[in-house]
Design a protein around this ligand. Sequence first.
Ligand SMILES: [Zn+2]
Length: 345
Amino acid sequence: MDDQKMFEEVASKFMSLYRRNVVQKFKRASDSGRFQALLQTNEFARNVFGLSQSLCQRYDVDSWQAQVLDTVDLETIYANVEAMEGSEDDYVDRLVKELLRYFKNDFFKWCNRPDCECCGCPGDQMVPVGNESPNSQERQFDCGGVEIYACPKCRQRTRFPRYNDPVKLLETRKGRCGEWCNLFMLFLKSFGIESRYIWNREDHVWCEIYSPHLKRWVHVDSCEQSFDEPHIYSVNWNKKMSYTIAFGTTTAIDVSKNYIVQNQLPRDLISEDDLSFLLRMITKRLRTALSDDDIYKLACLDEQENMMNAGVASSNDSKATGTVSAPQGRQSGSAAWKKSRGEDG
Ligand SMILES: [Zn+2]
């Protein structure tokens, strides 16, 4: 046997041992006692667990995705992607950029206050008069609450139901960051783009996509038509933040360090050790039904992401001012609304 062949044999044996080790380590009996105790004693842990249950696999619904593809203007979208400069390698990035453009310019509307349903009086003149519970019709579409607005001209009231059902949003096509992120997540999934939902404790949500070209998760915010500008919140908006967590089909992971480079609020709702334990447990549950092959691949991706996050944490000081190209302050929402949220830069 020549040296080359022997080396290959040893390398392949080593790899299969390593692989078995990674899979076994992942499958090893989990500390469910600690997990249950944590959920019982810590409210933040309960919230995060609840979010993971509702968000992680929410958009993996074939019929929903089919409805998106039936509704959008595929011809325009694909023509614009083709017209963009680039190669086959960055196809996913180009597609996502076009979806951001299409969603914001052609499809969805920001809504601070709805226009009057009776006389068409513009929303900025409507007067908020409180909230109501959803009626039976609104309740069918996972409606969290209804804002009521009075028209100064015709005196009629207009309801603004805050729908959580993304398919209903295909029809209403308006909302604030919650509705934008909700439907845009379904858009990304419908086009076969690996994506995850990003939740920030200080009342904002956005998405991330996995870019095969850049070989990492990339920040995407549909309200801002923003691609790979993770610092816009803490730097441009001057937003104060504590926790930012990614919820994907097979992963829950703390991504705070990628987004919070200044204005860090205290992280005192759970110990750091308990938080990483909690997210590991959630991730484990999401992967229980997967094959050994998939478990191994995902474990390698986790390792890669952890290494990158460690790198980000140590280089944030130099990156904080260099990578942001957007103008100061938030783009979506009225000036008064942004000011009230402390997001006006
Ligand atoms: Zn009116």
